[in-house]
Design a protein around this ligand. Structure first.
Ligand code: G3P
Ligand code: CA
Length: 310
């Protein structure tokens, strides 16, 4: 039987509760996810928070609570607020950019709860606490958001992340952590200048196009995995096996963790969530998936690959 793929809870169990809230993380652990994802951005006072966007607009009530604090582009940036200020905000379900409509209308109702922003330090302690009380080893999967933008803003998020991870015992390739980023220069810097031995993942968005074997071999000099957009696994009507990205990545020694599998946003031509899981994990042979619905992926993996041993 092939290796059991990992289930990465994308922003927590975000199909059921607002993204990057501790309740969504707890639910994901309870559902049996192997890793919990954190997107990481910085506050004005240099704290690292678990938050997807550089701006607060789409998932918080910042506009109502801090009118007049937007930049000239009309957006409210995490970097412009102290942690104390950010703690007064409430997170609710993501809205469409610049519109009051919910991005995923069938999900947790906006009026049914208001949840606080969490620091990365708090979230790591929370997950490690659950590991202690459950006896499991659920990993963390932090993403450095726009490191170049943050450096222009005067803060080195990657360096601070490594310091924090080391403080919590994540110090080598066996540690239950993957550090992810869309910026290859950042991952090269962490590996070659900071000497990080933590496993690293280069994220690839849909514009990456087809990668030649030599490009994948170059990535393998500073990363252990790639995280391709699902769009990069498309075959435009030909058999899925015609897409060789996973095979080529494996040949270069890279694992593959595609993003993001959503029951309520299936790719064209896919009718059921299990069909998508089957395509990505069984037919294409990916080593894990980012998903907003970790319970469904955990059930699929258990039925096709066997249950977790821990
Ligand atoms: O990190 C994997 C996936 O989350 C990348 O996309 O925009 O959801 O962070 P995004
Ligand atoms: Ca992410």
């Amino acid at each position: 039987m092939p290796n059991r793929p990992i289930v990465i809870a994308h922003r927590g169990a975000s199909g059921y509760l607002p993204e990057h809230t501790l309740v969504a993380k707890a639910l994901a652990v309870g559902m049996g996810a192997d890793y919990i994802e954190q997107d990481v951005v910085a506050t004005r006072d240099g704290e690292l928070i678990v938050f997807h966007d550089l701006t607060l607009d789409a998932t918080t009530d910042v506009r109502a609570r801090f009118p007049g604090r937007a930049r000239r582009d009309g957006h409210f940036y995490c970097r412009d607020f102290s942690l104390e200020e950010l703690r007064t905000l409430g997170i609710s379900e993501r809205r469409e950019a610049g519109a009051p409509t919910l991005r995923y209308p069938g999900r947790f109702p906006a009026e049914a709860g208001r949840f606080p922003i969490v620091t990365l330090d708090e979230e790591i302690r929370f997950i490690q606490g659950l590991n202690r009380s459950t006896g499991r080893v659920v990993g963390i999967y932090p993403e450095i958001k726009d490191p170049a933008w943050h450096r222009d803003e005067g803060i080195d998020v990657g360096e601070r992340l490594l310091t924090l991870l080391e403080r919590y015992g994540y110090d080598g390739p066996q540690s239950p952590v993957f550090v992810q980023c869309f910026d290859p220069a950042e991952l090269r810097r962490l590996r070659h200048e900071h000497g990080s031995r933590l496993r690293q993942v280069l994220l690839l968005d849909s514009r990456a196009g087809a990668l030649a074997p030599q490009q994948l071999q170059a990535i393998a000099t500073y990363a252990e995995a790639i995280g391709p957009s699902l769009r990069l696994l498309e075959t435009h009507g030909t058999p899925p096996e015609n897409n060789t990205l996973v095979r080529d990545a494996h040949a270069a020694g890279l694992q593959v963790h595609p993003y993001t599998l959503r029951r309520d946003e299936l790719p064209a031509g896919i009718g059921e969530f299990d069909e998508l899981l089957d395509l990505v994990l069984r037919r294409l042979g990916a080593d894990g998936v980012f998903t907003d619905f970790p319970d469904l992926a955990v059930a699929f993996v258990a039925s096709r690959f066997g249950r977790q041993l821990d």
